[in-house]
Design a protein around this ligand. Structure first.
Ligand code: NDP
Length: 684
């Protein structure tokens, strides 16, 4: 008897007392492992996540959590041969495994990088601009996100045992939430191996990650208002979870990613010898055959102009004839097995249902030629193409979770969009077209029904990541039947796990709460120029008020000549006088900003190392010759960079005129040494 998979629960590996259910190799039918969660104390797991994992994660800043993700990604990369070797037992070819394993690791890397670049080195995220709520500026509002003191439960499908876990884990960890992973039993041995590698690395704080191998038991019964469940799988199970009392009445958040009848549309502009025709056919074939079509994003409906249906069917048949099917251990095999014999039965049943309104025009639902492998013990299935009859209903309703696609004819863009919408909401759609008008009509028609839309043409094909690849930086999820959930999408995926709160307070209180200087809050002015302070010495609110400087006509003329910006409003008095906004010569906005720098900069070598940008620059009032300007520069936010001997300082800059009216506002972004005087290396 093979080994029983273990759960990782409350700080130790747990083995069920019974023999468990056997899990079979998809291609050979041999037993790979057994799985059971009988006797697992899920209540203790939830407590452990809340009491141990959560506080440990939330004590770290986003940048520190991002560093954990990066270290984890490197660790898993180093051990990935072991994952590849086991993955073959799920029926996956090495190309399939690359999507699962390398795709999952890539998601960790992507979130590690987003976490550092787009989130603060803090535990709070500000959302949007400050809202002034009173005329005097003493009462303001700010939205902010904080981590929930709960647990993120993920319940995953069988098709991506590694990516499925990591794509949910990365945003949750970054959000400060401990996770309990419940993989689909069928392929849980691969998830278990990945979790073993992660736990053995010691990188994550204890309690940040736990694993349920086997049934979920009463896991949902233990969840409350601060907890969430992210589910991927069948619409049937999603329905069961949606009706759970803790979801219905208990405030547990449930995100669902379920069945999706994704479509790909051949644009009405495309002729058989256009590059888009070949790209379209290649896209459909790829989606039918990668992971043997067991992808939530695979193309199930192939929408083509009626007059092109014959050509498309011929091209699909020609390409699919070359797809070798068999045991994924054979390097000549392009498409491996379905995950199990049970799964193959499900797909065959779905094909039978589809034949109520469609004919099989390529392939054999009950057989087909294998390159190698045992057709009885292995869950093999060769690709199948169906052609729908006019008015067919089933292709919009039945999801064959395997290498199966149905070709449907449309007449005009409107009908293509209407047919796509009959899927009642999908994860992704694609359209092959080189006509911008078609692209706009189709994309705007499809967008309300889809989470992602790919426009494929000769210009983006070389770099395109394809119809079926969810990317960590783009949202993954779809409305309606696809579940209504949304995952990934860069920082959006992190914020989904956090609570947004509108805080109303005075500017001083808000500055204290957020550790970011808020317009209207007190400014601290000492005799020391803030440019002479290291990151360790600088404080939010530190301010320098500059002396004033008069802007002369000679300054404006000099700047115009020197830069070549001789726009009439700066150089032609008569023309400038007719400008309805200026009524005469005005200084260049960039002259004002340059002069402002000259006013606030402290020139001697010091802890300020570089100016790396300006954010939110607005010119509010024109500056005319003879006006005088000054600058108030205040430390708004201090962000130490982990692993570097400097950090970022964001300064609030207000340039005012002789009447105290702001003429320009912006944030100045600088890099400042953590300590000063400089080290010998910096001197060099
Ligand atoms: P299931 O919905 O049966 O299972 C998905 C996950 O839910 C598994 O981890 C499963 O655990 C778990 N689960 C099942 N019942 C419960 C329950 N009552 N409470 C808590 N968890 C539960 O889907 P499958 O993975 O078996 O796939 C079946 C079909 O789902 C596919 O044929 C396909 O049509 C669709 N699917 C859709 C995907 C998409 O994203 N659109 C992705 C994958 C599948 P266990 O395995 O232990 O039963």
């Amino acid at each position: 008897m093979s080994a029983l998979l273990e759960s990782y629960a409350a700080g130790r590996w747990f083995r069920a007392a019974d023999e468990g259910q056997p899990l079979s190799d998809a291609a050979t039918g041999e037993e790979v492992a057994r799985v059971s969660s009988v006797g697992l104390d899920v209540a203790a797991m939830v407590r452990h996540a809340r009491d141990t994992g959560g506080p440990a994660l939330r004590s770290l800043t986003f940048h520190e959590r991002a560093a954990l993700l990066k270290a984890l990604a490197k660790h898993l990369s180093a051990g990935k041969e072991e994952l590849y070797a086991l993955s073959v037992r799920t029926g996956a070819t090495s190309r399939d495994t690359m999507i699962d394993v390398d795709g999952g690791i890539g998601t960790l890397f992507s979130y590690a990088s987003k976490g550092v670049r787009e989130l603060p080195n803090d535990t709070v995220v500000l959302d949007g601009a400050l809202e002034r709520l009173g005329k005097g500026g003493t009462f303001v509002g700010q939205h902010l996100y904080t981590s929930r003191p709960g647990v993120a439960v993920q319940i995953n499908a069988f098709n991506f045992p590694v990516w499925g876990m990591l794509e949910k884990l990365a945003p949750a960890l970054l959000a400060g939430l401990p996770t309990i992973v419940k993989p689909a039993s069928q392929t849980a041995y691969l998830t278990e191996l990945a979790v073993r590698q992660i736990i053995a690395s010691g990188l994550l704080p204890e309690g940040a990650l736990q694993l349920v191998a086997g049934g979920a038991g009463g896991l949902l019964d233990e969840l409350t208002v601060q907890d969430s469940v992210a589910f991927t799988g069948s619409a049937h199970t999603a329905g069961i979870l949606r009706r759970h009392p803790n979801v219905l009445d208990g405030g547990v958040r449930l995100g669902v990613e379920a069945d999706s009848l994704n479509c790909s549309i051949l644009g009405p502009d495309v002729r058989p010898d256009d590059p888009e025709f070949a790209l379209f056919v290649k896209g459909v074939v790829t989606e039918m055959t990668v992971k043997a079509g067991q992808k939530c994003t695979a193309i199930r409906r192939v929408l083509v102009p009626g007059a092109m249906a014959g050509e498309v069917l011929d091209a699909l048949a020609a390409a699919l004839t070359d797809v070798t099917v068999g045991d994924p251990r054979n390097p000549d095999v392009r498409m491996g097995a379905l995950a199990s014999l049970g799964q193959r039965d499900e797909v065959r049943k779905a094909v039978e249902a589809l034949t109520a309104s469609a004919e099989v025009v390529f392939g054999d639902p009950e057989g087909g030629v294998l390159l190698d492998g045992d057709a009885e013990r292995g869950a093999f299935m060769t690709p199948l193409v169906l052609r729908a009859r006019p008015g067919a209903a089933e292709p919009h309703d039945v999801e064959p979770f395997g290498p199966v696609a149905t070709v449907l004819a449309y007449d005009g863009v409107e009908e293509a969009v209407a047919l796509a919408a009959r899927g009642r909401g999908s994860l992704v759609a694609s359209v092959a077209t080189h006509d911008p008008g078609v692209a706009r009509s189709v994309v705007l028609g499809l967008a309300p029904w889809h989470g992602r839309v790919l426009v494929l043409d000769r210009d983006d094909a070389r770099e395109s990541t394809g119809h079926g690849s969810p990317l960590p930086v783009l949202v993954h999820g779809g409305p309606g039947r696809a579940g209504g959930g949304e995952e990934l999408g860069g920082v959006r995926g992190v914020l989904h796990h956090m609570q947004r709160t509108a805080v109303q307070a005075s500017p001083d209180q808000l500055t204290a709460i957020t550790d970011r200087w808020t317009t209207g809050a007190a400014r601290a002015e000492s005799g020391v120029h803030p440019f002479r302070k290291s990151l360790a010495e600088l404080r939010v609110g530190d301010t320098i008020r500059s002396a004033a400087r008069t802007v002369s006509l000679a300054d404006i003329e000099h700047f115009a000549e020197f830069t070549g910006d001789t726009f009439y409003a700066h150089t032609d008095a008569a023309a400038a006088a007719r400008n309805p906004l200026f009524g005469g010569i005005v200084a260049h906005g960039y002259l004002v900003v340059s002069l402002a720098a000259g006013l606030f900069v402290d020139p001697a070598p010091g802890p300020v190392l570089a100016n790396f940008g300006v954010d939110g620059l607005r010119f509010l009032t024109p500056v005319k010759a003879g006006d005088s300007i000054d600058v108030t520069l205040t430390v708004k936010q201090i962000t130490p960079r982990g692993g570097a001997d400097y950090g970022e300082v964001r300064w609030d800059a207000v340039v005012g005129n002789q009447d105290g009216v702001p003429v320009a506002t912006y944030d100045v972004l600088t890099l400042v040494a953590k300590s000063w005087p400089s080290t010998p290396a910096q001197e060099a």
